[in-house]
Ligand binder design. Structure first.
Ligand code: MN
Length: 231
């Protein structure tokens, strides 16, 4: 048997090596910082975090020290940045206990959950799926994955994005509603986690629009910096 098409496997380079991380699924956490939940009009005490997905080929790799070009997507007039810490999964697990969750972590990266906010809110308000707002082509810029052996377990540290040099979002991972082990444990009750899974862990307050020509510079907890220009 032979395949009728060659479809490339989405991969993310691993920092400090010639190796790549093969992307299987991208899970994203919604409303995982209280101040962001509030700015979106929700009560973080009554509306706990939840999950949505992007396809693996939505990844846009951003090499360190370079500015990656992201095509401004179609059918939106309100494209938002969401800076996020990204967790790369290197093990298999289902119904994982919080205490065991960090054992599944392969590494960490910094990423942007780019969002067509106008479409997402329209879909949300009609009770429709979010894919048009969240899962479009190149909606997941990401830097190289830093192995946990190099970083240690990441639990705290600044997360920040600036646009054209002006800080727009700035917080600390200690403000996550669900910690990273809690995210992994909860997600694993819904889906069996496998090597290659990637989790965008949520964004702090300060989300806002970018236009063509804008340059976003994002960093999180010392796992690198990404720079993305809207084109
Ligand atoms: Mn997000």
């Amino acid at each position: 048997m032979s395949t009728v098409f060659d479809v490339p496997q989405a991969t993310v380079p691993i920092h400090g090596s010639g190796d790549t991380f093969p992307a299987r699924r991208i899970y994203c956490v919604g409303r995982n910082y209280a101040a962001h939940a509030r700015e979106m009009g929700f009560d973080p005490d009554r509306d706990p975090p939840f999950f949505f997905c992007k396809p693996a080929d939505a990844l846009l790799y951003c090499p360190p020290g370079e500015t990656a070009d992201m095509p401004y997507p179609s059918r939106t007039e309100n494209l938002h940045h969401e800076i996020e810490l990204v967790v790369a999964i290197g093990g298999t697990g289902r119904d994982v206990a919080v205490a065991d969750a960090n054992a599944l972590v392969f590494g960490y990266a910094v990423g942007l959950d780019m969002t067509r906010r106008d479409l997402q809110v329209a879909m949300r308000d009609k009770g429709r799926p979010w894919e048009a707002g969240k899962a479009f082509d190149w909606s997941a810029p990401i830097g190289p994955i830093h192995r946990v052996e190099d970083t240690g377990i990441v639990e705290s540290g600044e997360i920040e994005v600036s646009v054209n040099g002006e800080v727009r979002q700035k917080s600390d991972l200690t403000h996550l509603i669900w910690s990273i082990p809690e995210v992994i444990a909860n997600l694993s009750t819904l889906f069996e986690l496998k090597p290659g899974d990637i989790i965008y862990t949520g964004t702090p307050e300060g989300v806002g629009a970018v236009q063509r020509g804008d340059v976003m510079t994002g960093r999180a907890a010392g796992v690198g910096e990404i720079r993305v220009r809207m084109v």
